[in-house]
Design a protein around this ligand. Structure first.
Ligand code: AFP
Length: 328
């Protein structure tokens, strides 16, 4: 007997029908999944085809651009355009807002290749995206949306072949790519409550540059948890969703070279932090910034805004949030 798996598109179709929604979101998600698969394909054969090197350029964030960054950006934009459903997009790889279709219904915020330091090694990277809906009735409401206004957010771990999608007030689901390049077998993800499996994930090389309160919390608590760090948010966060615990990228405020401090944090709010915060909320978790403010409540002032990030199991994030809310 053949064992048939439910495909992502069938799952989403049923979801939309159950909630009496339009098919526009389906069309957009079909485009995003096509982009995810195409990026996966390019990345899998990247080493063989000599695509894992630098593009010899520096991006809007002042970081070295890799060939794969550009390829992934181009692929994603192509599919967003052909969907006909996107008014504006914001990409990590593009300085300005990308105007796509004035008739479009959605804003899409994306980082098509997150975790660039893994690219030369062909190790996991992420394609992260958040989606907000344009105000179709009222006056034009701009593209700078707080994460709590996203209607969905997701991430592909590439080339691992996993896709995770958080749907507003409807949960977080994971899918796996099959032999036919379809994402299949929906599984609802809930962050585990049991601290036995919890992990901590942060760049340990930075720990002495964190705020003293954060350093103290780490010293007092780290021995209780396993420690894992891949250096690509999607991969680290994927582990965390399954095992529970906390990923953090705190503000850098005590660097021996003060020029290297990053009091505003490193990760980008709209297409990194808000994406994992949204997915986490839908999986029963939470996320805060360096002041203990929920990431999803932060109203971005600019599209490449950065933030510190603490995300994962609610109890653990609440614990660090209460430390962060106390003045030093
Ligand atoms: P890049 O895409 O610029 O490498 O950034 C990746 C990232 O934003 C995120 O995916 C990682 O969790 C984090 O940075 C890693 O940063 P460190 O290399 O400083 O640990």
């Amino acid at each position: 007997m053949i064992r048939f798996e439910q495909t992502f598109m069938n799952f989403l179709l049923q979801h939309q029908e159950k909630h009496g929604r339009t098919y526009h979101f389906l069309i957009l998600m079909d485009a995003i999944v096509s982009a995810g698969k195409y990026i996966q394909h390019y990345y899998l054969t990247g080493a063989l085809k000599g695509r894992l090197g630098s593009a010899g350029d520096v991006n809007v964030q002042g970081e070295e651009v890799m060939q794969m960054d550009q390829i992934a950006h181009e692929i994603t934009l192509h599919y967003l355009k052909t969907s006909g459903r996107v008014i504006h997009a914001v990409s990590e790889e593009s300085d300005g807002i990308i105007e796509i279709n004035p008739e479009g219904r959605y804003f899409v915020y994306f980082d098509p290749m997150d975790g660039s330091s893994n690219i030369p090694h062909g190790l996991p990277i992420g394609f992260l995206f958040g989606i907000a809906k344009r105000n179709l009735e009222g006056p034009e409401d701009g593209h700078l949306r707080a994460g709590k206004e996203y209607i969905a957010a997701g991430m592909f771990v590439i080339p691992t072949g996993t896709f995770t999608l958080g749907l507003k007030e409807a949960g977080t689901y994971q899918f796996h790519i099959d032999e036919t390049m379809n994402f299949v077998r929906p599984r609802r993800v809930v962050l585990p409550d049991d601290p036995k499996t919890w992990e901590l994930s942060f760049n340990a090389a930075n720990r002495h540059t964190y705020d003293e309160r954060v350093q103290k919390w780490i010293e007092e608590n780290e021995s209780r948890y396993a420690f894992r760090y891949l250096g690509a948010l999607a991969g680290d966060f994927h582990r965390l969703l399954n095992n529970g615990g906390m990923f953090m990228y705190p503000a850098i405020v005590n660097h021996p070279n003060p020029k290297k401090n990053r009091p505003e944090g490193k990760l980008r709010l709209m297409y990194e932090a808000s994406v994992v915060a949204f997915i986490s909320r839908e999986a029963g978790g939470m996320a805060v910034d360096e002041t203990g403010t929920p990431i999803l409540d932060i109203q971005p002032k600019k599209h490449h805004q950065r933030t510190a990030l603490y995300v994962g199991s609610k109890k653990l994030v609440e614990e660090i949030a209460s430390v962060l809310r106390k003045s030093s």
